[in-house]
Design a protein around this ligand. Structure first.
Ligand code: CP
Ligand code: NVA
Length: 315
C-alpha cells in the first residue's frame, strides 16, 4: 500500500525538504506520528529498496547518526556517512557544488550543521529532499520523537502541557513549533537572557493562536506546575563550549530534579534529548526514576525518522 492512501496528507511531502518543524502542517505532523507508531508496532512495512541517504554532519552525533542509518536499513535502503573530514566538504568545497553533485548520486540528505542559512543553502541547491538533523536554530527530528513519546504515554496530545526548563535553544525552538502544531501547551522556563529566539516565539504563538499556549516564564517552579511532561537539555549546546562555565553559573538553581517533578501532574513523564550532564541540567535520580521516558524517547528517533524518510521518499 502507498503511504498516501493511508495517510493522505503525507503524500504532499514527497520530494520536499524538512528544515523546520513549522515547514509541515498540523495534519502532516499528526500523520507522521501515526505512521511512526504504525512502523514501531510492526503494523506496516515500507520498502525504500535502492534509495540512499547521505549524512553530512559537521557536529558530533550518536543518536541522530545511528537512528538515521538504522531507519534507512530497516526500510531496505542504505546510508552513506559523508563525514566532512573525509570529504571535500571539510576542505571548503562550496555548498552549491556539493549539493548539486550529491543530488546526482543520493535520494535524500540529512545535514547537521551550525547556521540554519547553510542548511537552507543545501536545500536551495539540492534537487533531492534535505532534512535538518540539527542546526543552531532547530532540531525538528528530535521534536517528532519527543511528541511520539508523549503520545505513547498520554494518548491524546491536544491539551497536554509540556514544560521545558533550561536554555531557549534549538531543541526548545522545535518543541515550541511542533507543540503549537499539535495543540500542546509549551511552557519554557529559563533564566533571563536565555529566552528562545523572538522570531521563533512569534511564529509558534501564531501557530498556537486559539488552540494552545506558548509561554515563557522565568522561574522553574512556575514552569513545572501542572505539566504532563518535564523536559530539559544541556545548558551549553555544541558550538558554545567556551561559554560552558559561565552558563553553569547563570543556570544555578535550574536543575530538573524531584522537587520540580513533585510540582507536575502526578503521572508526569521526564524527557531529555540526550546527551545529558547529570547533576547539572538534570539530577541523576530523575534520569533513572520511574517517571523517566528518556531512553524510550531516544528509541523513538528511529521510528519517527523512518516515518519522515518514508514520507519524503514516497514509500
Ligand atoms: N539527541 C540527539 O540529537 O543526539 P545526538 O547528538 O547524539 O545525535
Ligand atoms: N542543544 C543541544 C542538543 C544536542 C542533541 C546541542 O545543540 O548541542
Amino acid at each position: 500500500m502507498l503511504i498516501r492512501e493511508r495517510y493522505p496528507t503525507l503524500g504532499e511531502l514527497q520530494g520536499k525538504d524538512f528544515l523546520s518543524s513549522a515547514q509541515i502542517t498540523a495534519e502532516q505532523t499528526r500523520e507522521l506520528l501515526e505512521l511512526a507508531a504504525d512502523l514501531k508496532s510492526g503494523k506496516l512495512q515500507i520498502d525504500l529498496a535502492g534509495k540512499t541517504l547521505g549524512l553530512i554532519f559537521s557536529k558530533a552525533s550518536t543518536r541522530t547518526r545511528v537512528s538515521f542509518s538504522v531507519a534507512m536499513a530497516r526500510l531496505g535502503g542504505q546510508t552513506l556517512d559523508l563525514n566532512p573530514s573525509v570529504t571535500q566538504v571539510g576542505r571548503g568545497e562550496p555548498i552549491a557544488d556539493t549539493a548539486r553533485v550529491l543530488s546526482e548520486y543520493l535520494d535524500v540528505l540529512a545535514i547537521r550543521t551550525f547556521a540554519q542559512a547553510d542548511l537552507e543553502k543545501y536545500a536551495h541547491w539540492a534537487s533531492i529532499p534535505v532534512i535538518n538533523a540539527l542546526t543552531d536554530l532547530e532540531h525538528p527530528c528530535q521534536a517528532l520523537a519527543d511528541y511520539q513519546t508523549l503520545q505513547e504515554n498520554f494518548g491524546e496530545l491536544k491539551g497536554l502541557t509540556l514544560c521545558y526548563v533550561g536554555d531557549g535553544n534549538n531543541v526548545a525552538h522545535s518543541l515550541m513549533l511542533c507543540g503549537a502544531l499539535l495543540g500542546v501547551n509549551v511552557r519554557i522556563g529559563c533564566p533571563k537572557g536565555f529566552e528562545p529566539d523572538a522570531d521563533v516565539l512569534k511564529q509558534a504563538s501564531h501557530i498556537a493562536a486559539g488552540k494552545c499556549l506558548i509561554e515563557i516564564v522565568h522561574d522553574p517552579e512556575t514552569a513545572a506546575k501542572g505539566a504532563h511532561g518535564l523536559y530539559t537539555d544541556v545548558w551549553a549546546s555544541m558550538g558554545q563550549e567556551e561559554e560552558k562555565e559561565k552558563r553553569e553559573q547563570s543556570f544555578d538553581g535550574w536543575c530538573l530534579d524531584q522537587k520540580l517533578l513533585d510540582l507536575a501532574e502526578p503521572n508526569a513523564i521526564v524527557l531529555h534529548c540526550l546527551p545529558a550532564y547529570r547533576g547539572l541540567e538534570i539530577s541523576a535520580e530523575l534520569m533513572e526514576s520511574k517517571a523517566s521516558r528518556i531512553f524510550d524517547q531516544a528509541g523513538n528517533r528511529l521510528h519517527a525518522q523512518q516515518a519522515l524518510l518514508a514520507a519524503l521518499l514516497g514509500g
